[in-house]
Write a protein that binds this ligand. Structure first.
Ligand code: SAM
Length: 331
């Protein structure tokens, strides 16, 4: 099926998202005293494929918990939405596998909606739109290749449409703590009074259980993070020797977050052609690639209050490892 009219890019005319920001962000990140590159760059076609494998891992409980939550509570979510028509907007949709539970249910129950998945990865949006068109050829869909903040700007232009925004998979945990409120406040600004937001939060729990989810025994998460260096080699003409970097993750108790690093095994220099620079790594020097924050119930309540949302309902999995929290915009 030709899906070219079912999605578009809000980033650049030619539809590729990586052209402007990636080289300059890599340059800035590798030039810092404490090297870091945003986790949003983990998701190219290969990163998407590896993340799909992560979601299947026995240690990665997050996806299974949220799948159970959505399967068991889709009717309650529909009841909270009420009558359509609505925009069903999903930020950082990925492969949308769990969302299919809602799409199918909403279609069955005759809710009128347009599904708007938004993701920085063009490959993710293409794959998702294609799957949706195969499964639900009559469903209205408009995929957007965009960063969260461009997605939010798009939302702000949707005057007088009612919205249900999905932000699943504990994507919110990938922001630095200070940026979570900024993001949520930006989302609140873009939405209308009464709009709903369903946010997935991974809850604080036994630390070993968390660490295992980000340091799996098959090494898939390690490959996923190493792919960032391979991506720099592929897209920016870098010469990272990926065998000279180790994946390392640690739970930071004070932050309440897993921090993921790529650690240089030895002192080495890396040249990146399209940036025109060489970067030095010391032996054991870490490159920070991801935060995965974990949340208490108080964290969630505080965040919703500070950013103008009212908590309508909290949906937990059977082990209470994860929560999908349904918030309403109050203006
Ligand atoms: C951890 S995956 C989760 C995917 C999906 N929400 C789920 O629960 O299965 C994060 C997704 O968010 C996207 N993403 C990460 N940072 C982003 C950003 N700044 N703007 C838009 N999408 C982003 C990635 O491309 C990826 O598909």
């Amino acid at each position: 099926m030709d899906i070219t009219n079912k999605y578009r890019s809000l980033t650049r005319g030619d539809g590729r998202v990586t052209g402007g920001g990636f080289p300059s962000d890599v340059d800035a990140g590798l030039s810092k005293a404490q090297k870091s590159i945003s986790s949003k760059y983990l998701y190219d076609a290969e990163g998407d494929r590896l993340f799909q494998r992560i979601m299947e891992l026995p240690e990665y409980y997050l996806t299974r918990c949220e799948y159970e939550i959505l399967r068991d509570n889709r009717d309650k979510i529909l009841t909270a939405v009420g009558d359509g028509p609505i925009n069903l907007v999903e930020l950082g949709a990925g492969d949308g596998k769990k969302t299919f539970l809602l799409l199918e249910h909403f279609l069955e129950k005759g809710l009128q909606f347009r599904y708007v998945p938004i993701d920085i990865s063009e490959d993710a949006i293409c794959g998702l739109v294609e799957n949706c068109c195969d499964c639900y050829p009559d469903m209205a869909i408009e995929g957007l290749v965009a960063e969260y903040f461009s997605g939010i700007r798009w939302l702000a232009d949707q005057n007088h449409k009612r919205n249900l925004v999905l932000f699943l998979g504990s994507n919110i945990g990938n922001f630095a703590r200070a940026d979570m409120d900024l993001f949520l406040r930006g989302l609140w600004d873009a939405l209308n009074n009464g709009d709903l937001v369903l946010i997935g939060f991974d809850l604080k729990k036994d630390i070993q259980r968390i660490v295992d989810a980000y340091d799996d025994s098959q090494g898939v998460t390690a490959q996923f993070n190493i792919n960032l260096l391979e991506r720099i080699n592929r897209e920016l003409g870098g010469n990272f020797n990926v065998d000279q970097f180790d994946h390392h993750c640690t739970y930071n108790d004070q932050l309440g977050a897993i921090e993921s690093y790529l650690v240089s095994r030895e002192k080495q220099e890396v040249c990146i052609d399209s940036i025109g620079k060489t970067f030095s790594f010391e032996e054991k020097e870490p490159l920070h690639v991801e935060y995965s924050h974990k949340f208490s119930r108080d964290d969630i309540a505080g965040m919703s209050e500070r950013t103008g949302f009212k908590i309508i309902e909290q949906f937990y999995d059977s082990e209470s490892l994860f929560v999908d929290s349904l918030w309403q915009v109050v203006k």
